[in-house]
Write a protein that binds this ligand. Structure first.
Ligand code: NAP
Length: 499
């Protein structure tokens, strides 16, 4: 047997997840000179692209256009997609070990971090991740309900997810109608009674996690004003000194934009987006029927910590904010995969530069790797995952060169010799009119993982199935001048492609 990675014996790689990190890893493998790699990508949803489809704001179509480059990667003849196939349910770790030389987990961060305050679970208080998944038409979330009859909404956190949520709540029906958000969300948000949105930062403007294009964008909304309190836009001595020291132009610009909003005043548009600084929620209280009605906030000051960071410190000043809807947007969090070592506190797969580690020995678990948010935590933009996957693939190649890979029993089952032998048996069974036996041998003629996926999940989606669905969504969108109209439940997706 030749060394895996050659034409007669390709390196077989399974990637679990199909977001940006997954595609960048596949791309980097395909680009290696002299290496023949076959990549099978599994996703529990029928549709690929992870948070690019289910997380990126529906009014940010330009960002979503990155999927065109993923289509090119998927067009490689050595690439296959198995959508609607869940790791741990339809295929297990032992299945993958039986078929692949290397396994890469790129499942992202599917849940949210909690604030850890009383009242967090009152009705009307939601993780922002669920709201985002709902308006983006993620099949797991399409049945959720958000009470948009409320006039005041708080969004806790001032990262890009928080500002996305706040902006979406402030768009007019005309602005919403240009997006690819789910139809039900378009309808609900178009009728929304929300008038005031409070974006709550526990630190100051110089520490805000949202980026400049996003903060500029909220100053240019059709019928909502971005409002900042002048006293909260001013930098404290610590932040001013820090900013001078690091001399980061993007942060200086961000502070200028926010101070510009403070100077501009509240404006006369229908909706207000209040960006608050130096406040932390300490409690949510209910209205007697278990629904959130108020948020208690403590005023913070900034202090330098021993580790050199600038942290919020609560004062003894409190205020109350009447709100009927709360979204916590204090960071995503990874979810463990069955049988894969997980670092509970960090919410990531236990790994070193992408090599999965055994929790006891802290040694590399041969053949297992990770990339993206489930490797490093929920940080950075889409492009950050490229570098991350390059780092992981470098480890995969290094291990391949050392021969430190899995030895799958069935990796070469579909080799030309085996295929010829099976084809002869199929002819024989057909001649004997033994159709059931012929059919089962025909299964074996398929590439092994394809036969596996078909056996475990007959309703799996290939990339061709996805492209068909994609074309249908775009076609549906044309009628209403929208980028696409999404299918938001798996049964509808199956029906649409004729299953
Ligand atoms: P993030 O950027 O890490 O922001 C989290 C925010 O939550 C920060 O403002 C943080 O404040 C705050 N926070 C954390 N714990 C808190 C607490 N207990 N109480 C109050 N506030 C708290 O996370 P994200 O917004 O979820 O975004 C995740 C990643 O996706 C980021 O890298 C983001 O840039 C990226 N993303 C990018 C785009 C885009 O490019 N348009 C869109 C969406 C997301 P502290 O700073 O004080 O900790």
């Amino acid at each position: 047997m030749t060394q895996p990675g050659t034409e007669p014996n390709p390196l077989r790689v399974a990637i679990v997840g199909s977001g940006p990190a997954a595609f960048y890893a596949a791309d980097h493998l395909f680009k290696q000179p002299g290496l023949t790699a076959e990549v099978d990508m599994f996703d529990r949803l029928p549709t690929p692209f992870g948070l690019v489809r289910g997380g990126v704001a529906p009014d940010h179509q330009k960002i979503k256009s990155v999927t065109k480059s993923y289509d090119q990667i998927a067009a490689n003849p050595h690439f296959r997609f198995f959508g609607n196939v869940e790791f741990g349910k339809h295929v297990t770790l032992s299945d993958l070990r039986g078929h692949y030389h290397q396994i890469l987990y790129a499942t992202g961060a599917q849940t949210d971090r909690r604030m850890g305050i009383p009242g967090e679970d009152l009705e009307g208080s939601h993780p922002a991740t669920e709201f985002v998944a709902w308006y983006n038409g993620h099949p797991d979330y399409h049945g959720l309900k958000f009470d948009l009859s409320q006039e005041r909404v708080a969004v806790v956190g001032i990262g890009n997810v928080a500002i996305d949520v706040a902006r979406i709540l402030c768009l007019t029906p005309e602005e919403l109608a240009k997006t690819d958000m789910a139809d039900y969300a378009l309808e609900a948000l178009s009728k929304s009674k929300v008038k005031e949105v409070y974006l709550l930062g526990r630190r100051g403007p110089a520490q805000a996690a949202f980026t400049n294009p996003e903060v500029k964008e909220v100053g240019e909304l059709a019928d909502a004003d971005a409002v900042v309190r002048p006293e909260e836009a001013e930098l404290d001595d610590l932040s001013r000194a820090e900013l001078q020291k690091i001399n980061d132009r993007a942060t200086v610009k961000k502070v200028e934009i926010l101070q510009g909003y403070a100077r501009r005043g509240p404006g006369g548009k229908t909706r207000k987006l209040f960006i608050r600084f130096l406040v932390s929620p300490t409690e949510l209280t209910g209205d007697g029927n278990g629904r959130v009605s108020k948020m208690r906030l403590v005023k913070n000051v900034l202090v330098a910590t021993d580790s050199g960071t600038i942290s919020p410190k609560a004062t003894d000043q409190f205020e109350e904010l009447p709100v009927g809807l709360v979204f916590r947007s204090v960071g995503y969090r990874g979810v463990p995969l069955p049988e894969v070592p997980f670092h509970e506190r960090w919410g990531v797969i236990l790994n070193e530069t992408g090599r999965v580690l055994d929790p006891d020995s802290k040694q590399h678990r041969v053949g297992e790797y990770t990339s993206g948010w489930i490797k490093r935590g929920p940080s950075g933009v889409i492009g950050t995952n490229k570098q991350d996957s390059v780092e992981t693939v470098a480890c995969m190649l290094e291990d391949l060169a050392k021969g430190s890979i899995l030895q799958p029993a069935r990796a070469d089952a579909a080799s030309a010799g085996a295929r010829d032998a099976i084809a002869i048996i199929v002819d024989f069974e057909l001649a004997q009119r033994n159709l059931a036996a012929a059919r089962s041998y025909l299964h074996a003629l398929e590439e092994p993982p394809e036969a596996l996926a078909r056996a475990r999940q007959p309703q799996y989606f290939s990339y061709a199935d996805w492209l068909k669905l994609d074309a249908l969504e775009i076609e549906k969108g044309k009628a209403s001048g929208r980028p696409r109209v999404k299918f938001t439940c798996v049964a509808e997706m199956l029906k649409a492609i004729g299953r």
